[in-house]
Design a protein around this ligand. Structure first.
Ligand SMILES: [Zn+2]
Ligand SMILES: [Zn+2]
Length: 197
């Protein structure tokens, strides 16, 4: 049986398929031409990124279906459907985790990220460029409330900064909160340490 033949998109010769690489846009080219290997690699990398994105999306969808009733009142991302915790609660947990590290004397930044992702609530106006990505089931909510909920990862991929406060102001607010909430943070941290040990 003859080898499968293809046309090289660079030299236009008919060659054995095995001598070529797929370089995107329905084109193949001989491996030996300049830049073909680099093109193949960048094509493979972008294909892999797409696959990962789709896998994450499928997983989120499956999780969403599987836990629909138990999660019905939990905050969700309107784009990828992942279930998480409100951003305020998320940041509070980070501070508590840092306090716990301080109390047991380990690396202050060890395991401080909560297991569930933060869900940020933002105005519809702020998200106007990505509204077409909102899942159909959440559209009525967006229209009724004028807000969009996005998980941290979607905020990053879609390049939406969930925080509008300038960094300097943020730092001041953070400091005030830390001082004001110190006794509560300490109490939660010690309770969690007792519970987990
Ligand atoms: Zn060629
Ligand atoms: Zn998301």
């Amino acid at each position: 049986m003859p080898f499968k033949q293809v046309t090289c998109s660079i030299c236009n010769k008919t060659v054995n398929k095995a001598q070529t690489y797929f370089i995107g846009n329905d084109k193949r080219a001989c491996k030996e031409h300049e830049g073909v290997i680099a093109k193949k690699e960048s094509f493979d990398a972008s294909k892999q990124r797409k696959t990962i994105f789709q896998q994450n999306r499928q997983k989120a969808n499956a999780d969403y279906q599987a836990h629909y009733y138990e999660n019905i009142f939990k905050p969700k991302c309107f784009v990828c459907c992942v279930t998480g915790i409100r951003s305020q609660e998320y940041y509070l947990k980070v501070v508590v985790n840092m306090k716990k590290n301080e109390m047991v004397g380990t690396d202050p930044f060890k395991d401080i990220a909560p297991k569930e992702p933060p869900i940020h609530i933002m105005t519809k106006e702020k998200c106007k460029d990505i509204l077409h990505l909102v899942r159909d089931i959440f559209r009525p909510v967006v229209d009724m409330t004028n807000v969009v909920a996005l998980c941290g990862r979607c905020c990053m991929t879609l390049k939406i900064d969930p925080i509008d406060v300038p960094p300097k102001k943020m730092f001041e607010i953070g400091n005030i909160l830390r001082v004001a909430m110190e006794p509560i943070i300490k109490q939660i941290a010690s309770q969690e340490l007792i519970r987990d040990n």
